[in-house]
Design a protein around this ligand. Structure first.
Ligand SMILES: [Zn+2]
Length: 152
């Protein structure tokens, strides 16, 4: 069911030139993404420049610049969704564990100023490896999203 909601094609990178918020645009369905989870208030999709295959982002649909701007109940909900999606990502990628990364502010290398949590599935053999950013193909993104959605 969620699989049918995955948008076709890679995200429109030209949107990065827009003064608007890219994650708000994704949440509103104006910018495509490889969606792996959604409910009324939260959305998860594959990071377009992943550290590893399956690297995903969880966002609230409502815009907050960073975690301290959120109501405490929303913080709790965001992390609850992140935990739920992390299990699916871990199983879908046959990983052994996962990292949650949550950056706030320029000093913390927060690139998109819309609060988000990174989910990075980890395999035992990679635990000491340093990661660069990957550039998967559309087909690879779709296969990863399908594998994660199958574990929903
Ligand atoms: Zn936003």
């Amino acid at each position: 069911m969620l699989g049918s909601n995955i948008f076709t094609g890679p995200p429109d990178v030209s949107i990065e030139l827009s003064p608007g918020c890219i994650f708000c645009s994704i949440a509103e369905g104006r910018t495509p993404c490889y969606k792996i989870y959604e409910d009324n208030d939260y959305l998860a999709f594959l990071d377009i420049h992943p550290f590893v295959m399956g690297h995903s982002l969880v966002i609230p649909r409502k815009h907050y610049d960073a975690l301290p701007d959120m109501e405490e109940t929303a913080v709790g909900e965001l992390f609850t969704v992140a935990a739920r999606v992390s299990s699916r990502v871990t199983r879908g990628m046959s990983a052994d564990g996962f990292r949650l990364i949550q950056n706030n502010g320029e000093a913390a290398a927060q690139v998109v100023k819309h609060v988000h949590i990174h989910i990075v599935p980890m395999k035992l053999e990679d635990k000491d490896r340093r990661f660069g950013r990957l550039s998967p193909t559309d087909k690879e993104f779709r296969e990863v999203a399908d594998a994660i959605i199958r574990h929903s």
